[in-house]
Design a protein around this ligand. Structure first.
Ligand code: IDC
Length: 465
């Protein structure tokens, strides 16, 4: 067994011991679940792709064309995209915003708008920014990357680069952990206000994901999420709300730990329309393990822990829950298709949406992530076939049940004042069989079912091939 695999196994085992404790806690209760809603008050179950790894490059733009967005909507039925943008491109010099870049982003957002796909703008970063460690990372501009002359060597797997001295220092300076750089977080908050002001009236935009996978530098967990990250989010939320009262704001816990199902101490952020947007990357899967044998058993513990801990955190703060990133497993890894079906089922059990990592045709610019993209020149790839699963895009009330079993999708809800129909996407080639007490219409061209609920309190629809 290569040394790295041994390390991965040992790490996974240690993590699992901790997780088992968390998993014993109460599961998320359905009746406390909140939903992102549209302008008719319908609950949105957001399915789509992260677009895309290639936006981490110099231009800050993903590889896609307008036609690719049409294909995504057609093949996967997507109603959401987590669209990557970069601080380095938005604010190349302190206080100077690149409007040409924002215009290029806006142009791409029209492609999503045309397809009825809601955009969540994700201020992406990994490993702080390209200037922190020889181009290994992305996100922050060079002027905001203060490494105090410390050294750095990119590591493999890439996440280990987070522990390099220059990278830790760049984060410590950003979070002002040493009390020397309060200006960087202020710049970041001002930058978000500018972005929100630019996109608040763009009908494609549903919301803002304030920071990808926050990492606290030398402060972690309880020393970071409560005292540092929570007030940081509060400051940005307040600034965004000074210009934009409508769009949703997506908040991520710190990535290390919660991504694997550990509890988070992210505190309550005040404000309307906030969403808890953690990622789900079970340790063994993320570190190149398989979904079989011992690692599968370990990953299943992480499933339980994630469900319990993230469900309770969302309930505690009264926020809807959505998985901002999940996937990233090449289909030739043993168990990868089953892993994919299992996390899809998790999201259905919780009645939440997801954004798959990622929409990369044949890998990202570094050549990584091959075999992970759901679409290629001929249509759906192997993972794409699994992701192209029926789902309710919008529910005309409070969802009370969502399941996909034996090729049949069942959705139940109670009326709550929402108007408009429940909208279900159902892939395939034949006309589905619909069972419901409500009036409905089927559009074969877009494979969309609209269910118009009568005035009764509870509703159920089952759709089968
Ligand atoms: C990863 C890419 C990898 C790249 C790295 C840094 O797969 O090739 O070197 O970013 O740019 C995340 C991150 C997301 C990752 C993704 C998959 O949010 O940017 O992409 N991942 O590894 N967190 C956990 C996994």
């Amino acid at each position: 067994m290569p040394a790295f695999t041994r390390l991965a196994r040992a790490t996974a085992l240690a993590l699992t011991a901790v997780l088992a404790v968390g998993a014993a806690a109460v599961p998320a209760r359905a009746d406390t679940a909140r939903y992102v809603t549209d302008d008719r008050g319908r609950a949105l179950i957001l399915h789509g792709l992260n677009t895309a790894g290639s936006a981490k490059g110099p231009t800050g733009l993903p590889w896609i064309t307008r036609d690719d967005v049409v294909r995504e909507r057609t093949y996967l039925g997507s109603n959401a995209v987590r669209y990557l943008i970069q601080w380095k491109n938005v604010e190349p010099q302190p206080g100077t915003y690149d409007e040409a870049y924002l215009d290029q982003v806006a142009q791409r957002l029209t492609w999503y708008r045309e397809q009825g796909v809601n955009v969540i703008l994700d201020m992406h970063q990994d490993i702080f920014g390209p200037a922190a460690c020889s181009g290994a990372g992305n996100g922050a501009p060079a002027w905001a990357t203060i490494t105090d002359g410390l050294g750095c060597t990119p590591q493999s797997p890439w996440v280990l680069t987070y522990l390099q001295p220059a990278v830790l220092r760049a984060y410590d300076n950003f979070w002002n952990n040493n009390g020397r750089h309060p200006e960087l977080r202020q710049r970041y908050a001002a930058m978000w206000q500018h972005v929100a002001d630019r996109f608040k009236d763009d009908p494609a935009v549903l919301g803002y994901d304030l920071m990808n996978e926050p990492f606290g530098g030398t402060r972690q967990f309880g020393f970071f999420e409560g005292p540092v990250l929570t007030p940081f989010y509060q400051r940005i939320v307040d600034r965004i709300r000074s210009v934009d009262r409508d769009n949703w704001i997506f908040l991520e816990p710190q990535s290390l730990g919660p991504n694997q199902g550990l509890d988070s101490s992210l505190g309550k952020v005040r404000g309307s329309r906030l969403v808890l947007a953690p990622h789900f990357y079970p340790g063994a899967v993320d570190l190149g393990g398989t979904y079989s044998g011992l690692t599968k058993a370990l990953v299943q513990v992480e499933f339980l822990a994630w469900r319990s801990n993230m469900g309770r955190l969302a309930a505690r703060h009264g926020w809807p829950l959505w998985i901002g990133e999940v996937g990233s497993m090449a289909m030739d890894v043993p168990g990868a298709p089953e892993f994919t079906r299992d996390w899809l089922k998790l999201t259905e059990d919780l009645r939440i949406g997801w954004s798959y990592w990622s929409n990369d045709l044949s890998g990202d610019p570094t050549g990584a992530n091959k075999g992970v993209g759901p679409l290629d020149a001929s249509g759906l790839t192997e993972v794409g076939e699994i992701l192209a699963r029926p789902f309710p895009r919008a529910v005309a009330g409070t969802p009370t049940a969502l399941s996909y079993a034996g090729d049949a999708l069942t959705v139940s809800w109670t009326r709550n004042g929402a108007t408009g129909p429940t909208e279900i996407w159902f892939p395939g080639t034949t006309t589905p069989r619909v069972t419901t007490g409500d009036r409905y219409t089927w559009d074969a061209a877009t494979r969309t079912l609209l269910v118009f609920p009568a005035d009764t309190a509870t509703h159920t629809v089952t759709v089968a091939p």
